[in-house]
Design a protein around this ligand. Structure first.
Ligand SMILES: Cc1cc2nc3c(=O)[nH]c(=O)nc-3n(C[C@H](O)[C@H](O)[C@H](O)COP(=O)(O)OP(=O)(O)OC[C@H]3O[C@@H](n4cnc5c(N)ncnc54)[C@H](O)[C@@H]3O)c2cc1C
Length: 328
């Protein structure tokens, strides 16, 4: 990464947070309360992933809250504590020396003594014409988040890896029936997961098939069916379904840090065990950007809290500067 030489403004901060999802805002709240006067860069999606959902029913303290309302409250709390919120995105970082150099799209350069990376991850979607429009109306990428809404209903899961199998099994707790649609004739999921799947009478698998089209109800308010195409025979058929769970993976937003922070093969940032510390001392990673397993608002917020507390300790000189090994 090359930091350009000319900047409209250069500013220094003790704690810079990149990302305005639950992880970023929680790190900001803890950072502000530790008197670190944090600056938070909101990115292209202020509020993060919860801005594109409707009902959230697993955020502690709220029986029911709309995703955008929850994120507006988190933003308001950060503002009330004096966090400097910057509506811009980071275009380039240089972590090779401290202070770290972080350049924004708008031309500002930040010199940061410590950094919390909370840039999240994005679910991969199928790219079908009505998929985006029907999100929250039957189409989802998170069974843990939305499975509860499909009690007694027919649902389809697309994918063939461990996530898809785990999502399908989780959905059997609610759905009348789960159909797993996979484009190949064998699953990539591990054998134990496969055995559990095949033993479950509420799951059936459609092999060598893809979802080609989505069909909404007459009032356009919900998913009614998916249309499948058999990749071997070319045959098409309609499968009634009120839920479609796309489980074909996530892409962590880590391109900025490639070659500078240690990552796993899929680009998730690696951190030390029981810590948010990355391979670069003073850089902490929180939320979906380092978590391939849980991907929840509350776990992201928890990691945001850890990251700010660890940054505070780092800045106070309570931890070693030496790079330590990291682990998935
Ligand atoms: C449709 C949907 C429904 C969901 N429902 C639930 C639910 O009911 N309950 C639940 O617990 N979880 C739910 N989740 C999961 C939850 O939203 C995520 O686990 C959580 O938002 C992750 O938080 P995060 O802070 O790690 O990242 P994100 O929310 O992904 O936020 C990432 C932030 O980083 C910013 N960013 C990225 N790149 C840059 C850059 N270069 N410069 C500056 N900023 C950048 C973005 O603008 C964004 O603000 C849902 C997810 C989706 C997609």
């Amino acid at each position: 990464m090359t930091i350009t030489q000319t900047h409209l403004v250069t500013r220094s901060t003790r704690l810079l947070i990149i990302g305005s999802g639950p992880a970023g805002y929680t790190a900001a709240v803890y950072g502000a309360r530790a008197a670190l006067e944090p600056v938070l860069i909101q990115g292209l999606q202020p509020g993060g992933q919860l801005m594109i959902t409707t009902d959230v029913e697993n955020w502690p303290g709220d029986t029911h809250v709309l995703g955008p309302d929850l994120m507006a409250r988190m933003e308001a709390q950060a503002r009330a504590l004096g966090v400097d919120l910057v509506a811009d995105m980071v275009s380039c970082v240089d972590l090779s020396q401290r202070p770290f150099r972080v350049e924004l799209d708008g031309g500002q350069l930040f010199l940061a003594d410590s950094l919390v990376v909370a840039t999240g991850a994005n679910a991969r979607w199928l790219g079908l014409p009505d998929e985006e429009r029907l999100r929250g109306k039957g189409v989802s990428a998170c069974a843990t988040c939305d499975g509860f809404f499909f009690r007694g209903k027919e649902v389809v899961v697309v994918g063939g890896g461990n996530s898809a199998v785990e999502e399908a099994l989780f959905l059997t707790n609610f759905a009348a029936h789960v159909t797993l649609v996979h484009r190949r004739e064998a699953l990539r999921a591990d054998k134990t997961n496969q055995a559990r799947l095949f033993a479950n009478a509420r799951v059936s698998v459609v092999w060598n098939a893809v979802v080609e089209r989505l069909e909404a109800t007459a009032d356009d308010m919900a998913l009614a069916a998916v249309h499948l195409r058999d990749l071997v025979s070319g045959e098409r058929r309609r499968l009634p379904a009120e839920g479609l769970f796309v489980a074909i993976g996530h892409d962590p937003a880590t391109a900025l840090f490639r070659g500078q922070l240690e990552m796993d093969a899929e680009g998730y940032i690696l951190t030390r065990p029981d810590s948010t510390a990355t391979s670069v001392p003073g850089v902490f990673a929180a939320g979906d950007v380092r978590d391939r397993h849980f991907r929840q608002a509350v776990t992201s917020a928890g990691m945001g809290c850890m990251a700010a507390l660890e940054a505070e300790r780092f800045l106070a000189g309570h931890v070693s500067d030496a790079p330590l090994g990291v682990a998935a």
